[in-house]
Design a binder for this molecule. Structure first.
Ligand SMILES: CC(C)(COP(=O)(O)OP(=O)(O)OC[C@H]1O[C@@H](n2cnc3c(N)ncnc32)[C@H](O)[C@@H]1OP(=O)(O)O)[C@@H](O)C(=O)NCCC(=O)NCCS
Length: 119
């Protein structure tokens, strides 16, 4: 999937309609910049899906990605949501595995519809 350029208007809408948004910031005096981001959409009862997990390259490999994930999962658990899913790029499957996520549980496959499909 990766991070393609997306229209800002739609990014804003996606964030506004997310159930949980978690951000991490570097603070230095009056200067601040976002160094971590993740969000989850949800039916607010049973299911949530985590999207757009990203840590600024300067801050990777310091445990922030793990902290970001723990924070968003904790927030979803606090809302009593038990089915938490995500879509992992191949190179990050083991990152999520280390956090307790399992690929294809009981053989279940994620399936995608694309606009060039038959209907
Ligand atoms: C994936 C990403 C969020 C990880 O964040 P990070 O801050 O570098 O990760 P952490 O330092 O918290 O690593 C936590 C653990 O996962 C491991 N890990 C990190 N990236 C990994 C990877 N790509 N594959 C396997 N393990 C990984 C670390 O070694 C560490 O293991 P430990 O707990 O045994 O020490 C970050 O690399 C990133 O933003 N990548 C670009 C965007 C991206 O690919 N997002 C996911 C899209 S599905």
């Amino acid at each position: 999937m990766g991070w393609s350029r997306r229209p800002l208007r739609k990014v804003r809408k996606a964030i506004e309609h997310s159930f949980v948004v978690v951000t991490m910031w570097e603070l230095r005096g009056n200067y601040r910049r976002m160094v971590g981001f993740s969000r989850a959409t949800s039916d607010r009862a049973f299911n949530a899906t985590i999207w757009d997990v990203v840590v600024h390259p300067d801050f990777q490999s310091r445990g922030l990605g793990k902290a970001l994930m723990k924070s968003i999962v904790k927030e979803l658990r606090r809302e009593d949501i038990s089915n938490i899913t995500l879509f992992a790029d191949p190179q990050v499957v083991n990152f999520y595995r280390g956090l307790g996520f399992r690929p294809d549980p009981e053989g279940i496959k994620g399936m995608f519809w694309y606009p060039d499909s038959r209907y």
